[in-house]
Write a protein that binds this ligand. Sequence first.
Ligand code: ATP
Ligand code: MG
Length: 456
Amino acid sequence: MSSAERLASFEIIKRLGAGGMAEVFLAKKLGAEGTYKLLVLKRIHPSHARSRRFRAMFVEEAHLATRLNHPNIVQVYEFLDHGDEGLLLAMEYVEGYDLGRLMSVARQKGTRIPPWVSAYIIAEAAKGLHYAHERRDEGGSPLAIVHRDVSPQNILLSIEGAVKIADFGIASANLFREEPGTLKGKFGYMSPEQARGERVDRRSDIYGLGVVLYEVLALRSPYASKADPNVKPQDEELLEAVRNGNFLPPSEHVGEIPSELEAIVMRAMSHDREDRFQTARDMAGAIGRALLAKQELVDASNIETVVTMLLGRSSILPSAPPPSEAAQQTLAAIPQKRANTAGLAEQDDEPKVSVRRPREVRHVAGPRDAARRPTRARAGGGQRRRLQTRVRKPPRDPRSHRLQARRALDVDRLGPSRRAARLDHRHRRAAREPVAGGVRRGLSGGRRPRGARGRV
Ligand SMILES: Nc1ncnc2c1ncn2[C@@H]1O[C@H](COP(=O)(O)OP(=O)(O)OP(=O)(O)O)[C@@H](O)[C@H]1O
Ligand SMILES: [Mg+2]
């Protein structure tokens, strides 16, 4: 690299790792106004890039890789030839881990990846494989794409639980050797025909996927020593075992492997390719049917749970803080949140009750109603009635000075004869009227009977 921080027009954030033919970097592609896109840059080792045969082969494969666009395949954005800086592939960044890493952490922790989650991961990968296997060129002719390097390291899992196959189209370049006839690569995932150096087709990838399912279920290679699962035979011995299909079913090594899944492994790893699933879609379908028959509901959220439980949401970006205790508590609290959901439902009901209340208050409850239905809502109605009583205009106070003064004034405004007649009338009426509210309506507080005005 000419600069420690830049590669071609990209800004390097960190090195993610290195594989058989390349170094992998997390990088930024800068855009206008400070915008940027995070992506992965794969830089082919200069030793490979110097070979003209390798370059020709790699360029041909890159043509295929840039054509693939599927949710279960790591998308390749562009291929760049940067002279001294090498051949570069810019591709989608999958924030997460590869399946190989997940398996080794599970092994270290003495735990296992739940079998049905493992099966779901493989079914997702199979969908990506099937898409690529089916690709045709613009003229409609099959492109006959074969991955050739299906392995746990090339199955990426995002933290959100997406499953993506990496290195599609460039895998055969990865297996490239200057000396034709010699074999290179991850022998433990090869099909017998590939290990024999024969021509391969899509069914070779299905075999590889079968090996990955075996490993993720049993957390050991089918070719590992029975005595010590961590010991794999050396290259030649391993190749021989692969060519001969020399392995035991996973349940011979570990218990509690669902028989449906073991059957799928054994079919995918059939020695004769005619006996395997003929398409990756068939394999994904078999897993889907087994999940359905067992009523196992698995989706991306289960992968997310397994990934975060085993590896955490590590700070992949330099600026991202490590998961705080609070964040972990939040994750651990998810079931409680579910329990809360029920609680929330109750709270949801609460406003409904209060929504109903105004309707209840419209009911003008009589005293008999109140006796019959002593409910909360009724209590509301009762309150409303009391409220109405309170806001009702108070009866006029017959002793009110203002009123007395006004009446006195009214009487004063009358002529002497009419004034005498009115006073006389009032005295006579006051003497006649009964006591109301404990206060005898007297001279100045009596209500005039309707129509009395004319008579006064
Ligand atoms: N698109 C990607 N997003 C995130 N991480 C990636 C991406 N591609 C590769 N990696 C990570 O970079 C590392 C190196 O990948 P690389 O493909 O070079 O090697 P490998 O897969 O281990 O072996 P192989 O050479 O067989 O592909 C791996 O750990 C992988 O998890
Ligand atoms: Mg890879």
